[in-house]
Design a protein. Structure first.
Length: 243
């Protein structure tokens, strides 16, 4: 299989960092980012914005037993994540701009959404719902982005599938061996998500919703790196092969 998450048909100059290393670092940064956002959301909203399984369950429970949860927040999270993924799909499917530019645009929009969520730190039912919508849309964009990678959909906002893949890989290893590269992607994103959660909860305890400014800055940095690579010619992450 091949993974190519930037432009097509460009000449690639030799680089010190391997394509695998660049992809690994990129996915690790996004996983750390999502862990941070989810931790801050749990602190402020008492619900995650990147794992919709739990949110959907809570919404069902609230339907059966009203007032158990704040339904408007749960609905905002579901709607925001869906809209974010849809926007990512629309932008990434376009052929009007090089793939690297499209990725940079998605990351920039994600940063803006997180900045807006950080700005709405005042308490209130309406403000809380809007914060939930914006934060969930940001992670929906990110999940749509990493799910579009050619050859392997990388999850960076939730990890049920990641742990399932790791378990299957271990179970099949006796007959099929372990794909070290794929295992590294799965393990590193999981660990960095955990690390982001730790950092996010510490920052959230001190700065509240303003802690979302850090993941917004991470998205802007990654988007800027993409644009720089597009301007210079070589891809940020070149095609890579794995079993």
């Amino acid at each position: 299989m091949r993974t190519d998450i930037t432009g097509e048909g460009q000449a690639v100059a030799p680089q010190a960092v391997t394509p695998q290393g660049r992809l690994l670092g990129y996915c690790a940064a996004l996983a750390f980012n999502a862990g941070w956002v989810n931790a801050v959301a749990l602190m402020i909203l008492a619900v995650p914005v990147g794992n919709l399984t739990g949110v959907t369950t809570q919404l069902g429970m609230d339907t059966a037993n009203p007032w158990r949860y704040e339904s408007h927040v749960l609905i905002a999270i579901l709607a925001g994540f869906l809209v974010g993924a849809a926007v990512a799909g629309a932008l990434l499917s376009s052929t009007r701009a090089p793939r690297g530019v499209r990725h940079a645009v998605v990351l920039t929009i994600q940063a803006v959404l997180l900045l807006l969520a950080a700005a709405g730190v005042e308490e209130g039912a309406v403000t809380t719902g809007i914060q939930a919508l914006l934060a969930a849309a940001a992670l929906g964009l990110q999940n749509g982005l990493t799910s579009s990678f050619r050859g392997m959909a990388v999850r960076t906002t939730h990890f049920t599938g990641t742990i399932t893949d790791l378990g299957l890989m271990i179970g099949r290893s006796r007959k099929h061996g372990i794909d070290g590269w794929k295992a590294a992607i799965l393990a590193v994103t999981l660990l960095l998500f955990l690390g982001g959660g730790v950092a996010g909860i510490l920052a959230g305890a001190r700065f509240g919703g303003y802690a979302l400014l850090i993941p917004a800055a991470i998205c802007l940095a990654l988007g800027s790196a993409y644009l720089m690579q597009v301007t210079r010619g070589p891809r940020l992450i070149r095609p890579v092969q794995w079993r």
